[in-house]
Each structure stands twice: as structure tokens, then as C-alpha cells.
Design a protein around this ligand. Structure first.
Ligand SMILES: NC(=O)c1ccc[n+]([C@@H]2O[C@H](COP(=O)([O-])OP(=O)(O)OC[C@H]3O[C@@H](n4cnc5c(N)ncnc54)[C@H](O)[C@@H]3O)[C@@H](O)[C@H]2O)c1
Length: 387
């Protein structure tokens, strides 16, 4: 089957996540980059396009011009990837959705719930596919955790502990001209939340993905430790989940010494699971009546869906790129539609509704920190077929 053609908005020279998306989208040969508006600076966009060997007429200085020109071609892009700073996700995604082009967008989906709901409606009302790269849902051992929790083996879920710790913003990196630090600490470009929006949103989605539970109420303590910074760099959110589970979600970017320490712990009446991003190929499962088990990616005893997320035998480490690539594999299969035998993909990818729930969670946490207490955070985004 020929590779799908895709374009990219963002991911220009010196950018972080655009190249990861490119590697992931192309890992299985299912997609090939053919177009891009890689930067708001047309010459930087041209440089990136040239470095990637793209045809010059498909490298744009403006994403609107790209959408217009691409849909007018006889060989248009089949989807677009949005990897700009957060404040541009909404206008870029809306432009392409309205032009009929499927969108893969990075998190957080938008900077306001209002914008998130506009995207939900566009998709719900017959619009093209929209996928959000909550990429931690692409790790096989996260799928194994999901299979175990949802099988009921842990019993009724009582506690969900989520930590995402980084240390790279422990000083005022933004005042040194560091680009990624600059926009992440600027509310105009990052949105209402700092650490919570940048990394806490992953933790929130991860818990939902594994447990199937939703947030009911939040009480947040948001702190800005670095002088002059305009968004919180440390967040601790008490969460009451549906079904009576309780927990905390902590996201910090001033945790000196931490790299990307994302840890999920789920405790039920009969057992628990622990998954650590730093040891992503393992999953600890404990029950009250026996020794803890350490399950390993690639092993034949895993759930059949988990096994489908592996590419290499156990012991040859897989990680960040492969997790992202699993999200892309699901997206590419969904865009292609049923195969010649009518078989449809059963692989999952985070949707526009997952994205809206993520943005709503951020707004409610910020509101709670402002009012200094518990806030009702129940939410069903418009058009969510799963609500
Ligand atoms: N899923 C993940 O694990 C993950 C990790 C990192 C970043 N992200 C998300 O990805 C996005 C990008 O983050 P990053 O760290 O790569 O940022 P970055 O600053 O490194 O890159 C952003 C890119 O967007 C380009 N850009 C800015 N305005 C543009 C415009 N008008 N048109 C076209 N391009 C434009 C910039 O030139 C730059 O190349 C953010 O939303 C971030 O939250 C997700």
C-alpha cells in the first residue's frame, strides 16, 4: 500500500518535537513527508524543507497558504501534523479541518475550552479525522496496564497517583533566550497553565486511558518558584475520580535532577500497577496474596493488543519514538479506512474529545488554585461519542 502523504506545520530548524513526529510517522513506512510550513519565518521554513529534500513548491512560509495550495493539488497531503507552540494549535488545526484535511496535533490541544469545543464540533459534524499526540498512550506496557485494570484484576480502583517531574526549568532559562523555555513560560503562547499544561496534561490523559475513569473534582495548589516567571512551574492537584477513586497529580519542572520522570500508580481493592516512563518496558503488578510480578514488553504472556504494539523482541529497547509511532500507526490505518477484506483497524489514538477533556482539566485546576478550594470538574465535550 502506498505511503500516505503528509505535511507539517512547525518543526522548523532547532525545534524539538517536529523531528520526533517525522521519525514516528515514517517508522513503519506508512507515511511520507511532502510539504510543510515549518516556521513563521519563510526563510527558516525553506531551509528546513531543503534539509529534508522536499520540493521547493511544497514548502510554505504560511500555514494558510499551505492549506489552500495543498487542497488544490492533484496529489494533496492526506494529513497534516501540527507541532507549533500551543497558541497556534487552534488556528492551524481549524484551518486544515475546514479545508477537509485530517489533523494530527500535539498537546495541549488548544489554550481555551471554547476553542477546544469548536474543534470538537468541526469533527463531530462530519469533519475530517483529528488525533492528539498524547504519546504515552502508545507504549505497549501502558496498554498492558490498561488491559489489567479494565479486566477487573485490581478490583475497584481506590487511588491513582500521577507524577511527572522535570528539572530543566529550575532556573530562569527563558531569560537566556532559550526558545522552548520562552514560549512555555509565556501565557500568551502556552495557555493558562505552565508545568500542568506542558506535562501534567500527559499524566491526566494517561490515567484516563488506563483506568477509564474521569475527573469529578479538583483542588489545585499551583506555585511559581522561579522569580519573574508568569506561569506555575510546580503543580499539585488533588483529584476525585468517578467511582470514588482519589489521588494526586503532581507536575513539576523545577525538580532538579529529574529528566522525564512520569510515573503512574493505580491501587485497587485487590492489587496495584506501577508504570515508570524511565523503565517503560516494565510493568509492576502486585496483588495482596502473592509476590509482585514484573511484566516485560515483548513477552508472549502479555495481552494480545499489547503484543501488537511491539516491533522488536524483548531486550532490544523500544521507547519514545516507537510509542509515538504506535499513535501514528493507528491514525494512518484509520485514514486509510477498511482494508480490501473490509477489516477495520481496532487500534486506538487520542481523539479531539480527549484533547478537550485535557484542556478543561487545566482550566479547572487553574480556577481551583485561584479560588483556593475544590472545584467541580465534571465535563463532557460536545459531540463526544463515548460520553
Ligand atoms: N507529546 C510530547 O511529548 C511533546 C513534547 C514536546 C513538545 N510537545 C508539544 O509540541 C509543540 C511544539 O513544541 P516544541 O518543543 O517542538 O517547540 P519548539 O519551539 O521547539 O518548535 C516550535 C516550532 O514551531 C514553529 N512555528 C512557530 N510559529 C509558527 C507558524 N506561525 N507557522 C509555522 N511554524 C511556526 C517554530 O518556528 C518552531 O520551529 C508544543 O505544543 C508542545 O507542547 C509535545
Amino acid at each position: 500500500m502506498p505511503a500516505l502523504r503528509y505535511g507539517m506545520v512547525g518543526g522548523g530548524p532547532g525545534a524539538f518535537i517536529g523531528d520526533v513526529h517525522r521519525m514516528a510517522a515514517e517508522l513503519d513506512g506508512g507515511a511520507a513527508l511532502v510539504a510543510g510550513a515549518f516556521s513563521s519565518d519563510p526563510s527558516a521554513s525553506r531551509d528546513k524543507g531543503a534539509a529534508l529534500g522536499l520540493a521547493p513548491d511544497r514548502v510554505y512560509g504560511d500555514y494558510r497558504a499551505m492549506a489552500e495550495a495543498e487542497v488544490a493539488r492533484s496529489d494533496p497531503i492526506d494529513f497534516v501534523v501540527v507541532v507549533t507552540p500551543n497558541h497556534l494549535h487552534f488556528p492551524v488545526a481549524r484551518t486544515f479541518l475546514e479545508a477537509g484535511v485530517p489533523v494530527v496535533c500535539d498537546k495541549p490541544m488548544t489554550t481555551t475550552v471554547e476553542d477546544a469545543e469548536t474543534l470538537c464540533r468541526l469533527v463531530a459534524e462530519g469533519g475530517p479525522l483529528f488525533a492528539l499526540t498524547y504519546n504515552y498512550t502508545g507504549y505497549p506496557m501502558v496498554d498492558e496496564a490498561r488491559a489489567i485494570v479494565r479486566s477487573g484484576r485490581l478490583g475497584r480502583i481506590r487511588r491513582i497517583q500521577l507524577d511527572y517531574f522535570q528539572g530543566w526549568l529550575a532556573t530562569s532559562l527563558e531569560s537566556t533566550g532559550h526558545r522552548q523555555a520562552g514560549w512555555r513560560t509565556d501565557p500568551e503562547r502556552a495557555g493558562v497553565a505552565g508545568a500542568l499544561g506542558d506535562i501534567g496534561t500527559h499524566a491526566h490523559d494517561l490515567a484516563r486511558y488506563v483506568t477509564g475513569l474521569e475527573v469529578e473534582e479538583v483542588a489545585a495548589d499551583l506555585t511559581t518558584f522561579v522569580d519573574g516567571r508568569r506561569l506555575e512551574d510546580d503543580a499539585c492537584v488533588l483529584v476525585r475520580w468517578t467511582g470514588g477513586a482519589r489521588g494526586t497529580l503532581t507536575a513539576s519542572q523545577i525538580a532538579v535532577g529529574e529528566e522525564n520522570e512520569l510515573v503512574l500508580r493505580v491501587y485497587g481493592t485487590h492489587g496495584s500497577i506501577v508504570w515508570r516512563h524511565a523503565d517503560a518496558e516494565s510493568l509492576r503488578v502486585s496483588t495482596a496474596d502473592g509476590p509482585a510480578e514484573i511484566l516485560r514488553r515483548g513477552a508472549p504472556y502479555l495481552d494480545v493488543e499489547t503484543q501488537g504494539g511491539s516491533r522488536l523482541p524483548p531486550g532490544h529497547p523500544e521507547g519514545f519514538i516507537e510509542g509515538f509511532a504506535n499513535v501514528y500507526r493507528a491514525v494512518i490505518e484509520a485514514i486509510r479506512g477498511p482494508d480490501a477484506d473490509g477489516g477495520e483497524t481496532t487500534r486506538r489514538f487520542p481523539t479531539v474529545w480527549d484533547g478537550a477533556r485535557g484542556v478543561h482539566f487545566l482550566e479547572k485546576a487553574v480556577e481551583s488554585a485561584r479560588v483556593g478550594g475544590w472545584v467541580d470538574a465534571r465535563y463532557d465535550p460536545p459531540g463526544d461519542p463515548g460520553a
